[in-house]
Ligand binder design. Structure first.
Ligand code: NAP
Length: 246
């Protein structure tokens, strides 16, 4: 049971980018937020300080989502410090595009370990530990609909996440927990911007009919809806948030 008088949201990969924006939004929505990260404790701690200054309850927890033992320990720690989780946002992920024939064993393994097994590890814990009536939101990608060269392994990791979303929503029957995915188009974060020329970035920005890149807040608003009572009847769905790109 929560020792707090508010619901608890765990956002994986929340120190930067989309996850950080989700943490800010869900805190504004009234959740106590847990900011997971895997390496850079400085930025995670700064985000916690920013939230605490605004009067929110926030906690940073270091755990590599690819390691089931670290994910289990993270759930244990959160339950000890705050209480049982109500909302899980599986957001942690990596993107390193490469043609399939140039993909090393190491890149393939780290991709699936973080983007796919990371989601599995957290879903498995959440399946028995999330409070009834809770919400699970997995982060997929619109690249799955675009089939661009260089994205085969990344898309493979996200196709699995969408499959988990649809089946897991049925396996949680009776718990009043919804499981949905959000599939963003290009969003201006380190993950998207790193390694791209200005011309490549502008080309991506022109692709959606709304003619701009997504901002982390665009995705955070959608996740906020899926985490809220307003989305109670949306379950097992993949919601693309991409300005009409696909
Ligand atoms: P980002 O800016 O690179 O941020 C990634 C976050 O994940 C950081 O907080 C990072 O913290 C954390 N992280 C990375 N590996 C981790 C691990 N093994 N365990 C726990 N945390 C880990 O990425 P983003 O653009 O916000 O992307 C977030 C999600 O959206 C990803 O799943 C991505 O595939 C998806 N997405 C992004 C876009 C886009 O255009 N940006 C589009 C579609 C989908 P540390 O640095 O401390 O590890």
């Amino acid at each position: 049971m929560s020792t707090l008088n508010q619901k608890i949201a765990l956002i994986t990969g929340a120190s930067r980018g989309i996850g950080a924006s989700v943490a800010l939004q869900l805190a504004d929505d009234g959740f106590a937020v847990v900011i997971n990260y895997s390496s850079n404790s400085k930025v995670a701690d700064e985000l916690v300080q920013e939230l605490v200054k605004k009067g929110h309850v926030a906690l940073a927890v270091k755990a590599n989502v690819a390691k089931s033992s670290e994910v289990k320990a993270m759930f244990d720690l959160i339950e000890d410090r705050l209480g049982a989780i109500d909302v899980l946002v599986n957001n942690a992920g990596i993107l390193k595009t490469a043609p399939l024939v140039q993909t090393s064993d190491e890149l393939y393994e780290s991709y699936f370990a973080i983007n796919t097994q990371g989601v599995f590890n957290a879903l498995r814990e959440a399946g028995t530990r999330l409070n009834d009536g809770g919400r699970i939101i997995n982060v997929s990608s619109t690249t799955l609909a675009l089939n661009m060269a260089g994205y085969s392994i990344y898309n493979g990791t996200k196709a699995a996440v969408e499959a988990f979303t649809k089946v897991f929503s049925k396996e949680l029957r009776g718990r009043q927990i919804t499981v949905n995915a959000v599939a963003p188009g290009p969003v201006a974060t380190d993950l998207f911007l790193q390694g791209k020329t200005e011309e490549m970035i502008q080309n991506f920005a022109k692709m959606p009919p709304l003619e701009r890149l997504g901002q982390p807040e665009d995705i955070a608003q959608v996740i906020s809806f899926l985490a809220s009572p307003a989305s109670a009847w949306v379950n097992g769905q993949v919601l693309r948030a991409n300005g009409g790109l696909a």
